[in-house]
Ligand binder design. Structure first.
Ligand SMILES: [Zn+2]
Length: 342
């Protein structure tokens, strides 16, 4: 039987097991570290005005900014709690195992095509690219191979950083310049300021205690006219809306402490980028999984419109609906291209 788009990535049983373990681990981290959680302002607009939302699984406090409408975790787990979660919690080992089994080969994906389109327009002869959160460099290796083949005239310099020393030591390609460094401590060295044409990070900023500070560092690293390209969940995307953060979800919701602490959306990225002093080149939601996942989560939905979507059986209608969701910028997977002004 043909696998659905979601099941090409993981089996339903594995997704449910990881989700359930994530909730248990999140609750354990909350109980252990809650006394040391930190109050913060809105990560998008910096306002102190907020209103309480429903707690996350009877533990973490979730608030909505009264100035810009963004939803975020507050107080937020401190770095020690976050480190404890990523180093010691079972759900992360389960996810690492799944990622290892999937990443044996590199497929040219939408991320590479996006970068390729940016490069085509730029007409550069030399390019310096940084990926933050590069793991063992599998994506960078694929990107380097693709760009070398398609733009042989361009001199490429490809670098990556990752928090995980073990992943860095297993670098898949010695042409890549990988080093161990956390996104939180991504301090620019004098020689790196203003030197990158592209800084890439995928599914990263939703995890950070201070995504604004991180993006200011990214801006500092970029050359004038350089691009920041990143992906993050779209909190107001169809599938995130269908399954709120307290409902079962097959992959992590945009709000999912201590992992996802900040919920970005098509609606709040313009304000975020305005504060950063970056220009918006493109915001898109090229997700493929919303309609499929809404169907798979049918028994946990409460909104009648989403239940009606979950009950659609016709594969062609489902494909059209997913495409419509993408066209309306309403899928749960978002890609942003921002540019440092010249
Ligand atoms: Zn705000």
């Amino acid at each position: 039987m043909k696998k659905s788009p979601f099941e090409e990535n993981r089996s339903l049983e594995t997704a449910i097991a990881i989700y359930e373990q994530r909730i248990k681990d999140a609750q354990a981290i909350y109980q252990k570290h809650k006394e040391n959680f930190l109050e913060r302002n809105c990560p998008i607009c910096s306002s102190t005005l907020k209103i309480n939302q429903e707690d996350f699984h009877q533990t973490y406090k979730i608030v909505k900014c009264r100035a810009c409408g963004s939803v975020y975790v507050n107080p937020v787990p401190n770095s020690e709690a976050i480190e404890d979660y990523y180093k010691n919690c079972q759900c992360n080992r389960m996810l690492a195992e799944l990622t290892r089994s999937r990443s044996k080969k590199f497929n040219v994906d939408d991320r590479v095509r996006t970068i390729s389109t940016i490069i085509e327009k730029s007409e550069k002869q030399e390019l310096k690219i940084l990926e933050v959160g590069c793991s063992s460099g599998l994506f960078l290796q694929g990107l380097q191979d693709y760009l070398s083949n398609h733009f042989p005239q361009i001199k490429l310099s490809v670098c990556g950083i990752d928090l995980d020393q073990d992943a860095i030591s297993k670098s898949v390609d010695n042409r890549l310049n990988l080093r161990c460094c956390s996104a939180v401590n991504l301090k620019t060295t004098e020689s790196e300021i203003g030197t990158y044409d592209l800084v890439l990070h995928y599914e990263l900023i939703e995890h950070l205690l201070d995504p604004f500070q991180f993006m200011m560092t990214v801006k500092e690293l970029l050359k004038p006219g350089g691009y920041s390209v990143f992906t993050t969940p779209n909190a107001l995307g169809a599938e995130n809306l269908a399954s709120g953060y307290n409902s079962r979800r097959l992959i992590a919701h945009a709000i999912f402490p201590p992992m996802h602490l900040n919920a970005f959306s098509v609606q709040n990225i313009p304000l975020f980028s305005y504060r950063l002093g970056l220009e918006i080149v493109e915001i898109s939601t090229p997700g493929k999984l919303d309609i499929d996942m809404i169907g798979k989560n049918r028994d946990f939905l409460t909104n009648e419109s989403f239940i009606a979507i979950a009950d659609i059986e016709d594969e062609i209608v489902k494909t059209y609906l997913q495409q419509y969701t993408v066209n309306c910028l309403a899928s749960s997977h978002m890609q942003c291209i921002l540019r440092k002004p010249l």
